[in-house]
Design a protein around this ligand. Structure first.
Ligand SMILES: Nc1ncnc2c1ncn2[C@@H]1O[C@H](COP(=O)(O)OP(=O)(O)OP(=O)(O)O)[C@@H](O)[C@H]1O
Ligand SMILES: [Mg+2]
Length: 156
C-alpha cells in the first residue's frame, strides 16, 4: 500500500508527521518499528519528524542529529529515536551507535538518509519519500513494507 500527498508549507509537513505518530502508536507497544525518510537536502525530513515528536509530547526544537547521528527520546513510555546518517562514512559505524539498545518493544526508529546504511538497518515498516514540488511544497509518498506499516497507513 502506498499513499501520496502534497504538503504545502512546513506546517502541513509537521501536521503529516503528527498524523503519522498517532497512526503508528494507536496499537499497544509491539515489535520495534522502522520508518525511513528519503529525500534530498532540505526536502523536509526533519520537519516531518518534528511534527511526529511534538505530537507525542516533545517540547522544543528538533534538529537533525547530524554529528551525533542519533537523538533518543522517551515519549509516551516508548523509545523513539531520530537518526540522521548523512555524515556516516561507513555502515560499520552503525555498530557503534548503540541503537540496538533502543529497539525494544514499542520503539520507533526514524531514519533520515537510510541509504547511507546500505541495507544494514533491516527492512523498514514504512518508507517515506519526500521531494521538492515547487518552492513552497513537497511531495510525499509513504509506502508500507510490513503489516504494521500497512495498518498505520490505513489509520492515517
Ligand atoms: N512541505 C513543505 N513546504 C515548504 N517548505 C517546507 C516543507 N517542509 C519543510 N519545509 C522547509 O524546508 C526546509 C528544510 O527542511 P528540513 O530541515 O526538514 O529538511 P531535511 O530533509 O531534514 O534536510 P537535511 O537532509 O538537510 O536534514 C525548512 O526550512 C523547512 O521549513
Ligand atoms: Mg534533516
Amino acid at each position: 500500500m502506498k499513499i501520496e500527498f502534497v504538503a504545502h508549507g512546513a506546517d502541513e509537513m509537521r501536521a503529516f508527521g503528527a498524523r503519522l505518530a498517532r497512526a503508528l502508536l494507536a496499537t499497544p507497544a509491539a515489535d520495534p518499528l522502522l520508518v525511513t525518510l528519503s529525500g534530498e537536502l532540505g526536502a523536509g525530513k526533519t520537519t516531518l519528524v518534528g511534527g511526529f515528536l511534538a505530537e507525542l509530547g516533545h517540547v522544543g526544537p528538533v534538529r537533525s542529529p547530524t554529528y551525533t547521528l542519533l537523538e533518543p527520546y522517551r515519549l509516551q513510555g516508548r523509545d523513539i529515536t531520530h537518526c540522521d546518517l548523512y555524515r556516516m562514512r561507513h555502515p560499520d559505524e552503525l555498530d557503534d551507535l548503540g541503537f540496538r539498545d533502543l529497539r525494544g518493544a514499542g520503539s520507533v526508529l526514524l531514519v533520515e538518509w537510510p541509504e547511507r546504511a546500505e541495507g544494514r538497518l533491516g527492512a523498514a515498516d514504512l518508507a517515506l519519500k519526500l521531494d521538492y514540488a515547487g518552492p513552497d511544497a513537497r511531495a510525499l509518498a509513504a509506502e508500507a513494507c510490513s503489516r504494521a506499516g500497512q495498518a498505520a497507513l490505513e489509520r492515517l
